[in-house]
Design a protein around this ligand. Structure first.
Ligand code: PMV
Length: 328
């Protein structure tokens, strides 16, 4: 990272959903993932974050969607940026999501990716995408992927300093125009966030070793599906990885159950569509929302079917989104 001189920057980063899931850390402090992951960046869901460094200010302040939040977790993140830039100015951070926050729609992914880019530029750092991905990861593991657009792979890495745990793009929307229909079944934030849910898994789940053991095979199979533009293989692997993740969550002490009745109904609706010949597959993160993956010609049918599921409050249709970028 090289230094430039500026004090304020607004950046946009899009949310992403994992096709092959990440869950569990090999290092809690640096947020080093125990397994790699492959995701889709979503055009329709994004975070805009403005960071301004004020010489003389005493504290960091953070607003999300116009509401003040505890700055502590963000101060730790901003300290990394300040250390690199050689400044000690406090920051004002203002962030807006165009979707519900903390409800299983990956607001931490888009949020920390936008913060990484905006804070680095505001601090005068000319960070390259890999360095931004490594920085974003230290806010939230999945944020490393939201630095990039299209289909993205996150490497678990093996180094203790985390310098090889970054994401890289593997295909863009022109290569393969996939779509996602998000079925929103709950707008309130979830009660157990990802960091808490995935902490200390080696002691908390008897399934964890198997999860880690088979991760590389799942990633290799997904890379092959993407390389061959094999939608059925991509969808089947994504649905399998999702159900395997939720099996792991259910096996954790105390058990993590992120679904509600509408989540299950939406999963069944996706499988019913498939049995009628519509190629569509679901995935679900640490929350109750269902994301249905399909190719563009089936998106309208899938959206209509999910909107009709009892308990589905809203749907959002998304193409693959771009990499994170500066707005001003
Ligand atoms: O990045 P975190 O700590 O919010 O964890 C994300 C975990 C999942 O969304 C459930 C899976 C993933 O790979 O995004």
């Amino acid at each position: 990272m090289s230094a430039r001189s500026t004090h304020s920057c607004t950046a946009r980063a899009h949310s992403n959903i994992a096709l092959i899931k990440y869950w569990g850390k090999r290092d809690d402090r640096l947020k080093l993932p125990a397994v790699g992951s492959i995701s889709m960046t979503l055009d329709a869901l994004y975070t805009d974050t403005r960071v301004s460094f004020f010489p003389g200010a005493e504290h960091d302040s953070v607003d999300i969607g116009g509401r003040k939040v505890d700055p502590a977790p963000f101060t730790a993140f901003l300290d990394r940026v300040r250390a690199r830039a050689g400044i000690d100015y406090r920051a004002r951070v203002e962030s807006w999501n165009n979707f519900p926050t903390g409800a299983g729609l990956a607001s931490s992914a888009s949020g920390f990716a936008a913060l990484a880019l905006a804070a680095s530029r505001a601090a005068g750092l000319e960070a390259n995408p890999r360095a931004l991905s490594i920085l974003a990861r230290q806010g939230s593991g999945s944020a490393a992927r939201s630095i990039f657009g299209g289909l993205v792979e996150m490497h678990r890495g093996t180094r203790d300093d985390g310098q090889d745990a970054f994401a890289e793009p593997i295909a863009n929307s022109a290569d393969w125009p996939l779509e996602v229909i998000v079925a929103i079944t709950e707008r309130a934030p979830k009660t157990v966030n990802s960091s808490v849910g995935m902490s200390g898994l080696a002691e908390r789940s008897d399934y964890y070793d198997a999860w880690v053991l088979h991760a590389e095979d799942d990633l290799a199979a997904m890379r092959e599906a993407i390389g061959g533009r094999d939608f059925e293989a991509l969808g089947a692997l994504a649905e399998m990885s999702c159900l395997k993740l939720h099996g792991l969550m259910l096996s954790t002490r105390p058990g993590l159950l992120y679904w509600n009745p509408a989540t299950v109904a939406a999963m069944q609706a996706v499988r019913a569509l498939r049995s009628e010949g519509v190629p569509v597959y679901f995935t679900i993160d640490a929350g109750p929302q269902v994301k249905a993956i399909c190719e563009p010609e089936h998106a309208a049918t899938v959206e209509q079917a999910l909107a009709a599921v009892p308990g589905v409050l809203d749907t959002r249709r998304s193409a693959l989104g771009p990499a994170a970028y500066v707005l001003d």
